[in-house]
Design a protein around this ligand. Structure first.
Ligand code: HPA
Length: 268
């Protein structure tokens, strides 16, 4: 694994000398943040050795290097989902690359379905913990140089950064929620009984990404911060049809608030 990582890092470092401090994974419809980044260089995934290529509508596959809120950042425009057929190793490979590029914080965004009945469409949820219902990406031979065999998942979502985000949201009068994100494989949205199950096991939101990336980051002891945009509500007795278009429409409405929070978080 380290050999593969080194080859990819060598390729990237040949292209840009920018040393990113923060890594950002831009989720479905949240690409607006890229407009705020003072882009110095971008590399399409398809040209990066060992990188998988994104297949989902609304995802551009490239790594963007630049500055945001006075910090050097690297942003993944487009991510890899289990439902696309990638292996877990492929899905988390970019996170390992971000870590080896030197980032000290991983910021992740995603679109999620609301399971908590208090939530509304368009809410922003700061993820405080997760329930991973996708195969664990660390299954298999462990490379001790990357991280320990058994990774502690307490405090996976950095409490100090969540507090900062809450302060920023309050300051700007942005409505926010906090809660537990359940990561499922997809590509189906949940049946009413599955939503009921997710609520019973303690989830507030559900989505098809993020948990593998955060697990990989924590394996390498990388602090994480993650936000879900609630694109649809699913609680019992209120079944709603969900479409990919609906998910993208909601996220574009909420984009300016998300952008503001992440920008201020980075500059603080
Ligand atoms: N379920 C799973 N993933 C999702 C949903 C949902 O309801 N909404 C957006 N991503």
């Amino acid at each position: 694994m380290l050999q593969k990582i080194k080859k990819t890092i060598g390729f990237i470092k040949n292209k840009t000398t920018l040393k990113p401090q923060i890594g950002i994974i831009l989720g479905t419809g949240l690409g607006g943040l890229t407009k705020e980044i003072d882009v110095k260089f971008s590399i399409p995934y398809k040209s990066i050795p060992n990188f998988p290529v994104s297949t989902v509508e609304g995802h551009k596959g490239q790594l963007i290097f630049g500055t945001l809120g006075g910090k050097n950042v690297v942003a993944m425009q487009g991510r890899f989902h289990y439902y696309e057929g990638y292996s877990m190793n492929e899905i988390i490979f970019p996170v390992r690359i971000l870590k080896y590029l030197g980032i000290e914080l991983l910021i992740v965004s995603n679109a999620g379905g609301g399971v908590n009945p208090e939530f509304s469409v368009g809410d922003i949820m700061f993820i405080t913990d997760h329930i991973n219902l996708i195969p664990n990406p660390l299954i298999g031979i462990n490379d001790k140089k990357l991280g320990p065999r058994f990774t502690d998942m307490n405090g996976a979502y950095d409490k100090k950064i969540i507090s900062k985000a809450i302060k920023i949201a309050r300051l700007h009068n942005i409505k926010y929620q906090t809660g537990v994100y359940a990561g499922i494989t997809g590509p189906t949205f949940e049946t009413p009984s599955e939503y009921k199950y997710l609520k019973i096991i303690g989830a507030d939101a559900v989505g098809m990404s993020t948990t593998p990336e955060v697990i990989a980051a924590r394996h390498m002891n990388l602090p994480c911060f993650a936000i879900s945009v609630i694109t649809n509500i699913n609680f019992e007795g209120k079944p709603v049809e969900v479409s990919h278009k609906e998910v993208i429409d909601t996220t574009s409405v909420i984009e300016p608030e998300m952008t503001l929070i992440i920008k201020e978080l980075i500059s603080s």
